[in-house]
Ligand binder design. Structure first.
Ligand code: FE2
Ligand code: FE2
Ligand code: FE2
Length: 163
């Protein structure tokens, strides 16, 4: 294995550990283990530090224009190839939980790609705008929270302002 491949594998693994420990922390909190929750939160942040350092060593963070182009490519791959395929398989296997998860992500990725395209087109203006995030499905809305999420139906009050 080349170091480039090792960095990619390490970045993927550390990124997953970051999210997993964050979920484990929430569960520990819920089950009444505040100390364990803190440990998971600390480790979650530690794995994020590892992931970021490996991504940088990979040369994975470029200029904002290049990063936007890469993000558009990634999102487009997800909603044109990856998720449609995953949804079909989940349907065949009658795995409704997975199907719903893939469906919500698939719909949100379409919007993400559009927002990235818009941001790239307007890059030179250096406009400063707020974005509102649906915490249920990951839909993002520019400027304000919509009355309800067009993907999952969540209320406007649930939206998180990403200042
Ligand atoms: Fe780590
Ligand atoms: Fe996305
Ligand atoms: Fe939503």
């Amino acid at each position: 294995m080349s170091t480039e491949n090792n960095l990619k594998a390490a970045f993927a693994g550390e990124s997953q550990a970051n999210r997993k420990y964050s979920a484990f922390a929430a569960k520990a909190e819920q089950e009444g283990y505040p100390g364990v929750a803190k440990l998971f939160r600390a480790a979650s942040e530690a794995e994020a530090i590892h992931a970021l350092s490996e991504l940088k060593a990979l040369g994975g963070v470029k200029t904002t224009a290049e990063n936007l182009k890469e993000a558009i490519e990634g999102e487009t791959y997800e909603f044109t190839e990856m998720y449609p395929d995953f949804i079909k398989t989940a349907e065949t296997e009658e795995n409704n939980l997975a199907k719903r998860s893939f469906h919500l992500a698939n719909e949100a990725e379409k919007v993400h790609a559009d927002l990235y395209k818009e941001a790239l087109a307007l890059l030179e203006s250096k406009e400063n705008v707020d974005y509102y995030l649906c915490p249920v499905c990951g839909y993002i809305h520019k400027h304000n929270a919509p009355e309800k999420c067009p993907i999952c139906g969540a209320k406007d009050s649930a939206f998180k302002n990403i200042g």
